[in-house]
Design a protein around this ligand. Structure first.
Ligand SMILES: Cc1ncc(C[n+]2csc(CCOP(=O)(O)OP(=O)(O)O)c2C)c(N)n1
Ligand SMILES: [Mg+2]
Length: 359
């Protein structure tokens, strides 16, 4: 199916239209319970994301990168993965983490400032969030080379934003992946901005997906607000990777509805009209219409979904807040085996500036 959509011609894969109708021949044909699971994951992501924002505003969480608007892309890509596959995430991936079974309390704990929250529980093949933009891409390709050498029929997924495509790491990673035909699936969440830099200033190429062609493998642009489109494209790319067919780049065309992070104010660099236009393309609303046509959504179900999500979120907050806060030591640990004198002096000065119980 991927080859039917040529990114150079600007063709974008879309399954569900604005009225919730599925395009014949493109609907992945999931059973009813799987469709509802997709919706419930998106609803949980939205609830958990909204709560994180409130916690940050109340001083109960550190800087946070909101996922509002990314729910279909995150849930769609992760729902296509198998437990044996590996995930190399970036910093705006809440829905993917939840879909893969990552404990929400851990995710919150990380954003509360404690890196312990990034240690994936045993059995979850998830690397820590990469904060340096694009640095996870060569890591994922390395894992892809390892999987190939070990003759494992698994796929390695890396996610990143549109901004990451301007990094050397993107070029080096995708170039290696093409040359060595690694089992990688690269999912670019093109949300139209890298902080304040619009997509038009990121590259002169009409699409990001077409960059794959220069590396010698397929790229496809999909509607990132259409959970079935993201799911279908990622599922096909994963099957190709696991089967020895090499890498694929999937560009999920979406929009960052929130600020870049809680320390940003997007109204300073983008028009309110543009944001309102994208509000009309809300991924949850579109999927609700699709489910409604199949008799799988009504108000009572919506209430149940929201209540269950809210319950999970509140429990995760309580659990995360009951854990130890980040310590001053953590800020200085993990870089040097032996602390250099200037850092030692900074650590001592910081500790001395804090109240007794925070040292
Ligand atoms: C190597 C590097 N350069 C700069 C930054 C600062 N920075 C953090 S996020 C970001 C923009 C990322 O944009 P994009 O890749 O589109 O992802 P998005 O935040 O839009 O999801 C930048 C420049 C960084 N973290 N790492
Ligand atoms: Mg971006």
């Amino acid at each position: 199916m991927i080859e039917r959509f040529d990114p150079v011609k600007g063709q974008r894969l879309r399954v569900i239209d604005d009225e919730g109708r599925a395009a014949p021949g493109l609907d992945p044909g999931l059973p009813d319970d799987a469709l509802r699971t997709l919706y419930e994951r998106m609803a949980l992501t939205r609830a958990a994301d909204g709560k994180a924002l409130k916690l940050q505003r109340q001083g109960r969480m550190g800087t946070y990168a909101p996922s509002l608007g990314h729910e279909a892309a995150q849930v769609g890509l992760a729902s296509a993965m198998n437990r044996d596959d590996w995930f190399f995430p970036y910093f705006r991936d809440l829905g993917a983490f939840l879909t893969l079974g990552y404990p929400l309390a851990d995710y919150y704990h990380f954003w509360m400032g404690n890196e312990a929250g990034l240690r994936a529980p045993d059995g979850l093949n998830i690397f820590p969030v990469a904060i340096p933009v694009g640095s996870q891409i060569p890591h994922a390709v390395g894992a892809g080379i390892a999987a190939k050498l070990r003759k494992q029929a698994i796929a390695i997924v890396a996610t990143f934003g549109d901004g990451a495509t301007s990094e050397g790491d993107f070029h080096e990673g995708l170039n290696f992946a093409g040359v060595f035909r690694t089992p990688n699936v690269f999912v670019c969440l093109n949300n139209q901005f890298a902080i304040s830099v619009p997509r038009s200033r990121q590259t002169a190429a009409p699409t990001l997906a077409q960059k794959a062609l220069a590396y010698g493998f397929p790229g496809v642009q999909v509607d990132g607000n259409d959970v079935l489109a993201v799911f279908a494209a990622t599922r096909e790319a994963l099957a190709t990777a696991r089967g020895g067919g090499g890498p694929t780049l999937v560009e999920a065309f979406t929009y960052r509805m929130g600020d870049h992070t809680t320390s940003d104010d997007a109204s300073r660099y983008r028009a309110a009209d543009e944001v309102r236009e994208w509000e009309k393309r809300d991924p949850l609303v579109r999927f609700r219409l699709y489910l409604g046509r199949k008799g799988l959504w009504d108000e009572a179900y919506e209430e149940d979904v929201r209540a269950a999500a809210s319950d999970r979120v509140e429990k995760a907050v309580a659990e995360a807040e009951a854990r130890p806060a980040a310590s001053v030591e953590d800020i200085f640990a993990y870089t040097y085996a032996a602390m250099p004198p200037d850092l030692e002096a900074q650590r001592a000065a910081l500790k001395a500036s804090l109240p007794e119980d925070r040292r």
